[in-house]
Design a protein around this ligand. Sequence first.
Ligand code: HEM
Length: 534
Amino acid sequence: MGYFFPVFVFDQSIDLRWTQLCFALLFLSFLYLGCQFIIKKQKKLIRIRWPLLDILPSLLYNIHEVHEWTVKFSNLVNGTVVVRGAIFGSSKLLYTCDPRNIEHMAKTKFYNYQKGSDFFDTFDLIGNGIFNVECDQWRAQRKLAHTRFTSRTFRSTVASVTHAIVQDALLPLLSHVAKHEQVVDLEDVMLRFSYDSIFRLVFGGKSNTPSIEFPENELAKAIDDGTEAIFFRNIMPSQWWKLLRWLKLGKEKKSIEAGKTIDKYLYQYISSKRDEMNQGVEANDLLASYIMTSNKNPSISKFLPSLDDKFLRDTALTFLFAGRDTTGTSLTWFFWLVSKSPRLEQKILEELKEVLALKYTHGDMGIDEEKSSLKVFNSEELKDLVYLHAALCESMRLYPPLPINRRIAVNDDVLPNGTFVKQGTRILMSYYAMARMKWVWGEDCHEFKPERWIDENGKLSSEPLTKFFSFNGGPRNCIGQEMAFTQMKSVVASVLCNFEIKLLEGHVVQPKPSLILHTKYGLKVRVKERVSLL
Ligand code: HEM
């Protein structure tokens, strides 16, 4: 996750002292007023780099559309630059959207590019979950998680949970919306789907979030509040948010409340799960599998001395955090792109027609499905669909759920494009900007074009993967990638096969300046039942 105002991030070793805080506040206030003055003078701030202040005025002015700003900036600096200027002090910042550099940091020199202690502070809500630890502790947790995410049991649970939510909650919800000719925020619906999925996989029970009542969910809301505070921590000096936290103000106040709510629910779920397991109730959710491991072997490794309740809380929260907004927003952008392109929608439907035809020919359409007349696909039927897979990759290329990522250099290094990186340099990588660079993806880089993922033999091409980092890459790649594809394919196929999605006329869809790439105003659509595909 990127801190978009990296220039403000001061040395973490400095104590939280009042004098420094006052100086920081004064300094930033002057800076802000100075920038506002320049902006007013200029009316339109065309210039991106300034003497002394470098990118700061432009960045401040464009913070409401920060991702588009990274595109302009990347074009100006040809993809990579070390940002300087008087205000940057000794803390260097390297910005890049060059896939060669990103691959080098994620794979070749993985151990030289870590998350760093700022990262831990910023994401302290998730404690010592896998997302937030490094070196030996990360390796030990990665091994534990990897064993689970690649097991046959987990894969089949993902498939059955997804099928159940699509069939029993998502399609009935959209059907209701269609019958009542309502306008619905499809982003909200997709986030409700992805929350329920990850919730069931982690805890075993239902969250009931995707339903026609659109119920509020206290835990989901607390995670939203916590994530929002994390975003603001990324864009302000660490002293500022630490002061706000101490004073219990603003987003930090909300985040403290959110932390309490999260703890209340998670410790309660953990305790209930332990009780159920002691009574011999069988479970195949992630929480149960971690508890089982710790019962069998209380000390997993010297880097993971105990899988106690705090560890289980951090791990469960990390999975909720990592698996909800990412999948939910990916689906949102996908439906938006497809709703704007009837030709591409038709190509996806052509592929689905073949699957449906096979279903009927072999007579394995479930009785329930026939009765309800809503068609639901299972993951086996969809796993080899080339165009659907290509369209999902293309949508995540243009709208990567994690638009900006960050690292810190452990030792001096030289990047593939020749840039020297000094030890301690903070690094920002924009995947959003990378997708919009002509020198990376070609003249048509702005177009939604699934064909770029398909080779001349009609198979998925591996070439684009060398510049696709929406799931990161290397040893620290996304552990939920396969799961995400299973879920997304099932949702897309079932929704498109049963419904036509029409964007509400005049509704503007733009990226929100947020940690995960949400839309600014939601995705307002009307839904119409589709006349049978066959
Ligand atoms: C479209 C959906 C998804 C996208 C685009 C995505 C993307 C990513 C990215 C970019 C990272 C690397 C973050 C970093 O460098 O700090 C990551 C890590 C991770 N993701 Fe996903 N993710 C998705 C879905 C999921 C799901 C469904 C899960 C399931 C729980 C999941 C679990 C994780 C975990 C645990 C990590 C940390 C891995 C590690 O540090 O070793 N993700 N994901």
